[in-house]
Design a protein around this ligand. Structure first.
Ligand code: IMP
Ligand code: MG
Length: 184
């Protein structure tokens, strides 16, 4: 990524667009092979997962469906509140379906843990998780994440769907935000 294209609030690029695309291609092929018998319904978690969903779904050569949930676990800060609220529920009935949750990032894992038990209570055939990014704290929660793009350091990242106070989602790369931007 040339210097001139780097957003001034970004300290450095962690993953560039090509690295992300290569990884999603790899994960898409793996998912297509694993679900060859019965395509899953992809459940994207708004808003952070929009870019992952858009690019990953096009790498899965199966008749998948797509649905969305919006949950809220963060305010405008950088730490998980642990409180999860449904802002938008699924349109689809997932009973007797294979569900693949598509996530941008797992940090504390609190959001995902809650989401997994919520979706499992609806009688699906299976629920698995695909996340582009995972932070070290996620290892402390007992959740089995089947597909992980990248394990990243414990820094606040933005871009490729990820925001800080709703900004930076449209950056084509995943970058580390300068701590000065959030008063760190
Ligand atoms: P968790 O509940 O701590 O696992 O956090 C899950 C959600 O917090 C993610 O889906 C993101 O929306 C947000 N989040 C966690 N870490 C970051 C980050 O580094 N940058 C931007 N958003 C984050
Ligand atoms: Mg998210």
């Amino acid at each position: 990524m040339p210097e001139t294209h780097l957003h001034p609030d970004v300290d450095h690029v962690l993953l560039d667009a090509q690295q992300i695309a290569d990884k999603l291609h790899e994960l898409g092929q793996q998912i297509a092979a694993d679900y060859a018998d019965e395509p899953p319904i992809l459940v994207g978690v708004l808003k952070g997962a929009v870019m992952v969903m858009a690019d990953l779904s096009r790498e899965i050569d199966l008749a998948t469906e797509m649905d969305w949930m919006a949950v809220s676990s963060y305010g405008s800060g950088t730490k998980s509140s642990g409180v999860v609220r449904i802002l938008k529920d699924l349109g689809a009935d997932i009973s007797d379906r294979h569900v693949l949750i598509v996530e941008d990032i797992i940090d504390s894992g609190l959001t995902l843990k809650w989401l997994l038990s919520n979706l499992r209570s609806r009688g699906p055939k299976s629920v698995e998780v695909c996340t582009l990014l995972r932070k070290p704290d996620a290892a402390r929660v007992e959740i089995d994440v089947r597909y992980v793009g990248f394990d990243i350091p414990n820094e606040f990242v933005i871009g490729y769907g990820l925001d800080y106070a709703e900004r930076y989602r449209n950056l084509p790369y995943v970058g580390v935000l300068k701590p000065s931007v959030y008063g760190g």
